[in-house]
Design a binder for this molecule. Structure first.
Ligand code: AMP
Length: 445
């Protein structure tokens, strides 16, 4: 398999006629060849077109809009921002800013990054000092605009990154508000990993006759990521299996463990911390302070810690190379998050593994994911020496209740089996295959 399937061997960055400063920065970043999205998007962006880029994370989409934007902005000018990049999360905003810094080393452009979760004082001071580019989450941008800290009249370049996540996170009205306060005459770029109905709608409001560039089929996980699925009956067995796999510390050397809630993330973190020591494990979720999150991400990036436990929102936009494994400790409930999560591994020139644990209540979401990615995730048997725990009473009830709710969602006439106690899993089974509605699916390997 190609190490990095997005590279276009025929193209070079010189072909885009970037100036010397940008070409030097690109060379120093170690980029030799443009990726496919860069190859397809940079030329129309330089030509002033609106562009809609369907590209998942890991394809090089950030540089695809940052490089031509820098080329167009050229040098510092006046006090007011000329480019605005909107990001759904602070982590992604910071990531984008890092990219801008990297490529503007030899330009004197000024960038300010705005996000919530900390006081606005420093951000206000930075704005007052003058800037050319703002990278912001929509809420903080609007707050500071309303307080008079941002003047939008010079904005000529508007980018919406990870538009699908923006929609999932309910930013649509904030985006509409922002569109009202920016000049009508501007160039717009929209990037999204998936093309949902809402993304289609917002792109209609946002883009004028866009050039559409797409690098993979919609929501196709990167080819560099190999996927594995384990059917696991309960939380304790998930922990046992995780621990079993992590024994191989040579190949499982840098991993992210995704959990569905903060509570699960904290539990998993405490378990792993006990096993592997506090110096090897960190947890990030929305309840952690901004500085703690940044420190944990940096420690992970620098390779100082082996395991990062995370919830989806906290890990959005996280760009860490050499992640060996992504674990979906829980199957993501927001289907598209599966693609985003596993896009954390197999980035740039590396291969990666994504391993998903699925309990009976999660099969519902698993089916939706498999439909979205148009693939069946290969199933592996839980290894013999992993102890399969009995599902405790409370967890059994919870799983049954969830399955009932799912059935009701699909069929409003469904009366519910849970309260009739029809759902009676056999906790002594090795794994949950016997309970699977379509047992042949487990043979898909
Ligand atoms: P992105 O999809 O923008 O999050 O980028 C994913 C990763 O690919 C980042 O670590 C980038 O630094 C890296 N990358 C982007 N473009 C290139 C390129 N042309 N050559 C090598 N690495 C790249």
């Amino acid at each position: 398999m190609d190490a990095f399937p997005y590279l276009c061997p025929m193209a070079s960055f010189e072909d885009f006629k970037f100036n010397k400063q940008i070409l030097n920065a690109i060379a120093e970043a170690g980029y030799e060849t443009p990726t496919e999205i860069q190859q397809k998007a940079i030329t129309p962006i330089l030509a002033g077109q609106d562009v809609m880029g369907i590209a998942q994370t890991g394809t090089g989409k950030t540089a695809a809009f940052v490089l031509p934007m820098l080329m167009k902005l050229k040098y510092a000018q006046g006090n007011d921002p000329r480019a605005l990049i909107l990001s759904p999360t602070r982590e992604l905003a910071m990531q984008i800013e890092e990219n801008i810094r990297l490529f503007s080393t030899y330009l004197d452009l000024r960038t300010v990054v705005l996000y919530g979760g900390l006081g606005p004082k420093t951000q206000k001071e930075q704005l007052a000092a003058g800037c050319d580019i703002i990278v912001a989450t929509p809420g903080r941008f609007l707050d500071l605009y309303l307080e008079g800290d941002i003047h939008t009249k010079s904005l000529k370049f508007l980018v919406m990154d990870e538009a699908d996540k923006m929609m999932d996170m309910g930013f649509i009205s904030k985006i509409h508000r922002i569109l009202e306060i920016v000049p009508r005459k501007r160039q717009n770029l929209l990037f999204s990993a998936t093309m949902s109905e809402l993304v289609r709608k917002i792109s209609g409001d946002f883009l004028a006759f866009p050039t559409v560039v797409e690098v993979t089929e919609q929501a196709t996980p990167a080819k560099t990521v190999s996927q594995t699925l384990y059917f696991v009956p309960n939380l304790k067995t998930k922990l046992n299996l995780l621990q079993h796999l992590l024994k191989d510390d040579e190949s499982f050397n840098r991993l992210i463990v995704f959990c569905k809630t903060r509570a699960v993330a904290d539990n998993v973190f405490r378990f792993l911390e006990r096993k592997y020591g506090e110096e090897n494990v960190r947890v990030i979720h929305a309840n952690k302070g901004q500085n703690t999150r940044i420190n944990s991400i940096n420690a992970f990036k620098e390779g100082n810690i082996r395991i990062l436990v995370a919830t989806d929102v906290a890990a959005r936009g996280l760009d860490v190379s050499n992640v060996s494994h992504v674990f979906n400790f829980d199957v993501p409930i927001v289907t598209e998050d599966y693609v985003h999560r596993i896009g954390r591994t197999g980035r740039a020139f590396n291969n990666g593994d994504a391993i998903t644990f699925c309990n009976p209540a999660e099969e519902y979401y698993l089916k939706k994911i498999e439909k979205l990615i148009r693939q069946s995730i290969p199933v592996a048997e839980v290894p013999e020496d992993v102890f399969v725990e009995k599902t405790g009473f409370e967890e059994r009830q919870e799983i049954a209740r969830e399955i009932d709710a799912q059935k009701r969602r699909e069929n409003p006439d469904f009366k519910g089996a849970f309260h009739e106690k029809k759902y009676a899993p056999k906790p002594t089974q090795k794994n949950n295959k016997g309970r699977k509605p379509t047992s042949k699916k487990t043979k898909r390997r």
